[in-house]
Design a binder for this molecule. Structure first.
Ligand SMILES: Nc1ncnc2c1ncn2[C@@H]1O[C@H](COP(=O)(O)OP(=O)(O)O)[C@@H](O)[C@H]1O
Ligand SMILES: [Mg+2]
Length: 310
């Protein structure tokens, strides 16, 4: 178990030294969670910055990969932050300093903003590089089919409806058990609405690249779809899911949606204190509603029907 989250005083001392300039006006952007916290701050030379601490295996290696590869996505016209400095602050905790992008987090995705998000995700297509140990679709299949990281064990504990929902997902996955999607796209792998910034007219930034890697951009579309569904926008959710199926195929959609569902629920289990219980219930309701509609429209359900008939 990691030691407690580092204080701002300790983080400040480290980064002011590493950046070699005054770091002032720190204010939290998120509450302290068990695994992470993010602050905004000001500097003279680097302008407005965002400082994030997080614990977890491989944070340093993952951030090295992000720092090296985010510029390639930026060169495609994708509004990514620049990682200005990163390093360990203790044996368990890692610090990332980025420039602060303008805008506020999205709370909905409709009309021109939905179109803009779809265009943005399309920019992630075909990275053209070898995934090596940042093969996220490989990781997805390891979680789904090889029980990695106890995600199947933790997800049912998120809330009361999570147990039956996980059983439903496991059943739904049977016809595609073992499927491993090729890691061909750049993928944020946690593209929820709060990670997309807007000035109200256009998308000004996409942040939170902790899990950046190679994978399927379909997973990012699925993450956005579940957020839209949770906020009551079924039309946007269906549009995003249709696009995800176009990218990953109906069988691939089954894997990506199941992964996103159980990873999200497992996360709620681990961070219960900061999210409370109702978010788990809302997430289960959103996942169930999406599954109901996919079943009703037969999207990715032909194989299920065949297996049900057996
Ligand atoms: N580079 C950045 N520029 C502007 N805002 C940011 C940046 N990074 C993070 N934020 C803001 O801080 C919030 C939390 O940071 P994030 O990295 O998403 O942490 P978490 O893992 O807790 O979601 C984001 O939702 C966004 O509003
Ligand atoms: Mg985030």
């Amino acid at each position: 178990m990691a030691t407690g989250i580092p204080t701002w005083q300790a983080v400040h001392r480290l980064i002011a030294g590493e950046l070699d300039q005054a770091v002032t006006e720190a204010r939290p952007l998120t509450p302290a969670r068990r695994s992470r916290m993010t602050w905004a701050a000001s500097t003279q030379g680097a302008g407005e910055i965002v400082v994030k601490v997080r614990c977890g295996d491989s944070a340093e290696k993952k951030t090295q990969w992000s720092a090296a590869h985010l510029p390639a996505l930026g060169a495609r016209g994708y509004p990514v932050p620049e990682i200005l400095w990163h390093g360990m602050i203790s044996a368990d905790w890692h610090v990332t300093v980025q420039n602060r992008l303008s805008g506020r987090p999205l709370t909905a995705l409709r009309g021109p903003m939905l179109e803009a998000a779809l265009r943005l995700v399309e920019l992630q297509a075909g990275a053209g590089i070898v995934a090596d140990d940042r093969d996220f679709t490989g990781y997805v299949s390891n979680v789904l089919f090889d029980d990695w990281d106890d995600v199947w064990a933790d997800a049912p504990r998120a809330c009361a409806p999570a147990g039956p929902l996980c059983a439903r997902l496991r059943h739904w996955l049977q016809p595609v058990w073992g499927l491993r999607l090729p890691p061909v796209d750049y993928a944020n792998n946690d593209l929820n609405l709060s990670n997309i910034l807007t000035d109200g007219i256009r998308i000004t930034g996409v942040v939170d690249w902790d899990e950046f890697g190679l994978g399927s951009r379909g997973l990012d579309l699925v993450a956005l779809a579940l957020d839209c569904e949770r906020f009551g926008d079924h039309v946007a959710a269906d549009c995003l899911l249709a696009r995800a199926a176009g990218v990953a195929g109906d069988d691939g959609l089954r894997c990506l949606l199941s992964y996103r569902a159980i990873a999200g629920l497992a996360h709620f289990s681990q961070e219960r204190e900061s999210y409370g219980n109702s978010l788990g219930d809302d997430e289960c309701a959103a996942i169930s509603a999406v599954l109901d509609r996919l079943h009703a429209t037969d999207r990715g359900c032909s194989a299920q029907a065949a297996s049900d008939d057996r």
